[in-house]
Ligand binder design. Structure first.
Ligand SMILES: Nc1ncnc2c1ncn2[C@@H]1O[C@H](COP(=O)(O)OP(=O)(O)OP(=O)(O)O)[C@@H](O)[C@H]1O
Ligand SMILES: [Mg+2]
Length: 369
């Protein structure tokens, strides 16, 4: 795989570069590609083998700015960063990236190391980080609040019950019944708020079995009008997870999709195994991607920011806890939920780490910031 290198550190160096989430390409002194890591293969949609030995103009359609960055690094013998580059490769349309070129000796050869960051990707990381912090903050606030409300609520209900027994006019029980019914509703809400705090019970879980459960529950609720399409990656391995939490998270998202469709439309349940994913500040070699996609009205950009917050609902009778809980459960499994939406296509993507890579490699860029 690492053809073209000699020198004793080469295997170690290439193993480190292979594991990076940052796309890295190494040019030799003659400015030909000597190495491209898996993140670069992913970003530019080429294979290392197809670009080995090629000059920049043979890889990219518009390499002039990139070439000048290499010129600069070469003449000044120092790193040079170009923050907003537009690059086009055969496999991809147009890519907005930042690039840092450094003159280095790597794997026994002098050359240039080029590190690429997709600009959108950087923004996305910042947003994810903010979302995780926000979820944690509201989780603590809600938990304390729920505890405070639960105790007096029990007293309130008990008192109404006692009062009812003492009532001499039976028509007055209508009022005590209202008190008890509303207290029960509030109690159920508080229980939902407190539920994510039991310790997770980890067992192996086949994600397709979980999705089938979701599928049959949604179909039971909407027997007509909603089509549930399966697009499963059968090679997806089992995950180790709390069954109830994962199913609850998937069900909350699936049920939202069905509700958004108002009884008519299509939901796609998709799974894929993905490589090199950064989740909750860690880089994982392998991840499991689950997508729940509906062809409903979509969610405006303004609301996309808000709907993960607790008690934000736009539905009659909605508590606005479905997505908050889904997010808490997925975060507890070191995963994340992403959302993309436009009219006619709303896609919730759940990314979970897959076992087998020892908890992942810390992501250098994140831990540095
Ligand atoms: N697939 C979707 N399409 C359109 N809007 C959606 C979709 N999923 C969620 N939403 C919006 O996000 C809001 C928040 O969802 P969330 O599941 O947190 O609460 P809810 O469904 O309103 O109430 P609950 O799930 O607690 O019964 C919803 O009220 C809805 O407006
Ligand atoms: Mg919901």
């Amino acid at each position: 795989m690492m053809s073209g290198f000699d020198g004793t550190n080469a295997p170690f160096e290439s193993a480190v570069l292979d594991a990076l989430a940052t796309a890295v390409v190494f040019l030799d002194g003659g400015r030909r590609v000597r190495y491209a890591n898996p993140a670069a293969e992913n970003l530019f949609k080429f294979s290392q083998r197809s670009v080995l030995g090629l000059a920049l103009q043979e890889v990219f359609a518009d390499p002039s700015v990139l070439n000048s960055a290499v010129d600069y690094a070469s003449t000044h013998n120092s790193s040079h960063s170009q923050l907003d580059l537009v690059l086009t490769t055969a496999g991809r349309e147009r890519l907005d990236v930042g690039c840092t070129v450094s003159p280095v000796e790597l794997m026994g050869q002098a050359g240039f190391l080029m590190e690429f960051n997709e600009l959108q990707y950087q923004l996305k990381l910042a947003r994810e980080e903010r979302q995780i912090d926000q979820t944690e903050a509201s989780r603590v606030l809600l938990r304390n609040l729920a505890h405070e409300i639960k105790n007096p609520l029990g007293g309130l209900r008990g008192a109404a019950q006692l009062l009812e027994r003492e009532l001499e006019r039976p028509d007055l029980t209508e009022y005590t019944q209202v008190i008890m019914k509303e207290a029960d509703r509030l109690q159920a809400l508080m229980d939902r708020l407190l539920s994510p705090h039991r310790p997770p019970q980890l067992r192996t879980l086949n994600v397709h079995e979980a999705l089938e459960r979701v599928r049959s529950l949604v179909l039971a609720e909407y027997p007509e009008g909603i089509r549930l399409r399966r697009d499963y990656d059968v090679s997806a391995p089992d995950i180790v997870a709390d069954h109830e939490q994962i199913i609850q998270a998937l069900l909350n998202i699936g049920r939202n999709a069905a509700q958004a469709l108002e009884g008519r439309g299509e939901i796609t349940l998709r799974t894929r195994v993905v490589r090199q994913v950064t989740l909750a500040r860690r880089l994982h070699r392998l991840g499991l991607m689950v997508q729940i996609i509906d062809n409903g009205p979509g969610i405006t950009a303004e609301w996309q920011e808000k709907i993960f917050r607790p008690l934000v609902s736009r539905k009659q009778g909605g508590t606005g806890l479905g997505l908050t809980l889904a997010q808490t459960f997925i975060n507890q499994h070191h995963g994340i939920i992403e959302l993309q939406s436009e009219p006619g296509r709303t896609c919730f993507t759940i990314l979970l780490p897959l076992p087998g890579d020892a908890g992942g490699v810390p992501d250098a860029r994140r831990s540095a910031s």
